[in-house]
Design a protein around this ligand. Structure first.
Ligand code: AMP
Ligand code: MG
Length: 488
């Protein structure tokens, strides 16, 4: 156990210098028989961590929480949040933050063990996670990263050798989640509701220093913070819409201040285009449906704004007015970026009313024809190699002709349009039926072939690969009945 000095951990642990009411010190629970299942070498390199002299056994000890990395100060973070619109006290119930590691390019990363046992915030939960759900998070979070979308990442999955009981008995696992921080809208809500304004001020200063240092000199840093988070979250949700990602549980405790996607519990990718698409078993009202996501981002930002009011201005009315003005600018900024994104998916670098009409007509066509969201853009680009009859039908052929004419009017060559499109339209997304099949194979048959193939295609999602063509095919019966579950 002496090899750790070569790994390169550089823990900073600034969170533990904040108010003691923001966290509870908590060691990870010991597990009986940890075995490495996945390890992300590329991410380890980015973090400046070298495990080449560390045995698989020792790695399993480290990433299960049995052995602490040198310099770690494990804590569970306190936070609250609006879950499906209702305010609740939460906190890390099964995640333990080992500390913040400083990477070679001077960036801080939270290193967190998810499924590492009970904490002061577990309520009735067991603090554990199943192998299946942690592998799912590993696969999808890494796919999101390579799609170019800000996200938490996954460094390792360890099988703990312990059983975890849900509706059925599962193998237990710990996932090492890496993120620029786990500070959420819900962290601000916790402080605003349960602590005092002085703590809120200190914490806000800390968040600005950590994530938006350029705002410290702003005339009104808390208002500037709200604006910065809004901009990041708009960009994030636009990215989700671009690739057909449905987060599934956009509660305020799952919305990061740094604008990164996280909490991969009930998320899924849309196959057939429809804005009402919902997969989460508990989202019975469709609050977090595909097309509702921007509206929910705005709703969550209102929650953040409310917590910041006392810092924005001592005069409460003035503070409300300033925050409101900012939040009211959301729809126009969002809408403009949404058009831009949709334009780029079709090869346009600027958008006029004519292109807007083309975009709207395409989306309606997809919705009315149960067309696959991902493959439709590939079909537009590879129009003369169709196998799917949908795309040779007269209505689509007509649309395609209008699109070609619009490119000409804009002086955009087909080659240049295709180049732009290739950067914005993935060939590979982790399709739900394949992800589930891969997890069945690993967990039930100990066969990681499909899981590894999905990791490979996920690493270069914009690049079609002839030998993985079968991973581009949607399920034959659409997504009928597909359901996802939270925190299993
Ligand atoms: P999530 O749905 O992952 O955002 O979790 C909501 C809340 O439930 C958070 O406070 C989690 O830490 C907590 N939680 C989820 N699963 C468990 C578990 N197995 N044991 C304890 N707490 C949990
Ligand atoms: Mg969560």
């Amino acid at each position: 156990m002496t090899k750790q000095q070569h790994i390169g951990w550089d823990f900073n642990n600034s969170y533990t210098t904040l108010s003691e009411r923001l966290f509870a010190k908590q060691l990870p629970a010991a597990v009986p028989n940890p075995k490495m299942v996945c390890f992300n070498n590329e991410l380890a390199n980015t973090l400046g961590l070298d495990f080449s002299t560390v045995s698989e056994d020792e790695k399993a000890q480290l990433f299960s929480g049995n052995l602490l990395p040198t310099g770690a100060t494990p804590i569970a973070q306190a936070y609250a949040g609006h879950q499906f619109g209702h305010f609740t006290m939460l906190g890390d119930g099964r995640a333990i933050l080992l500390g913040e590691h400083l990477s070679p390019n001077n960036k801080l990363f939270d290193i967190q063990l998810k499924g590492a046992g009970q904490t002061a915030f577990s309520r009735r939960g067991d603090g554990k996670a199943t192998l299946r759900s942690m592998l799912r998070e590993f696969l999808i979070s890494e796919a999101m990263h390579h799609l170019g979308i800000p996200t938490s990442r996954s460094l390792a999955v360890v099988n703990t050798g312990e059983k975890v009981y849900r509706e059925e008995t599962h193998e237990g696992a710990v996932l090492t989640r890496v993120m620029s921080s786990h500070i959420r809208v819900g962290t601000f809500e916790y402080i605003s509701n349960f602590l005092d304004v002085a703590t809120l001020q200190d914490f806000t200063n800390y968040v600005i220093q950590r994530h938006y240092p350029e705002l410290a000199k702003n005339a009104n840093p808390p208002l500037a913070l709200l604006k910065a988070v809004m901009d990041k979250q708009i960009d994030l949700v636009i990215n989700w819409l671009r690739v057909g990602f449905i987060h599934g549980v956009m509660n305020t405790d799952n919305m990061s201040i740094a604008g990164e996607t996280f909490d991969y519990g009930p998320c899924a990718f849309m196959n057939n285009y429809h804005p009402d698409t919902v997969f989460s078993s508990i989202d019975t009202q469709g609050r977090y449906a595909f097309g509702k996501q921007p509206e929910i981002v705005q709703w969550n930002l209102v929650c953040l704004a409310e917590t910041l009011l006392p810092l924005i201005d001592k005069d409460a009315d003035k503070a409300v007015k300033m925050a409101q003005e900012l939040i009211n600018s959301f729809p126009a900024i969002y809408q403009e970026k949404w058009w831009q994104m949709n334009g780029l998916k079709l090869g346009f670098t600027s958008i006029s009313d004519k292109e807007k009409q083309l975009i709207e007509d395409l989306l309606s066509w997809m919705q009315n024809n149960q067309a696959d969201y991902t493959n439709t853009y590939l079909a537009i680009a590879n129009y003369h190699q169709q196998i799917d009859k949908k795309y040779t039908a007269p209505d689509f052929a007509q649309w395609h002709q209008r699109w070609e004419e619009a490119l000409k009017t804009n002086n955009i060559s087909l080659t240049s349009a295709l180049n732009t499109m290739k950067q914005h339209n993935p060939a590979f997304i982790p399709r739900n039926h394949l992800v589930e099949q891969a997890l069945d194979d690993v967990c039930l048959k100990k066969d990681a072939t499909l899981f590894n193939d999905l990791l490979i295609t996920g690493k270069s999602p914009y690049q079609a690969q002839a030998n993985y063509k079968h991973l581009q095919t949607p399920p034959p019966d659409g997504d009928k009945g597909y359901k996802t579950f939270c925190g299993t």
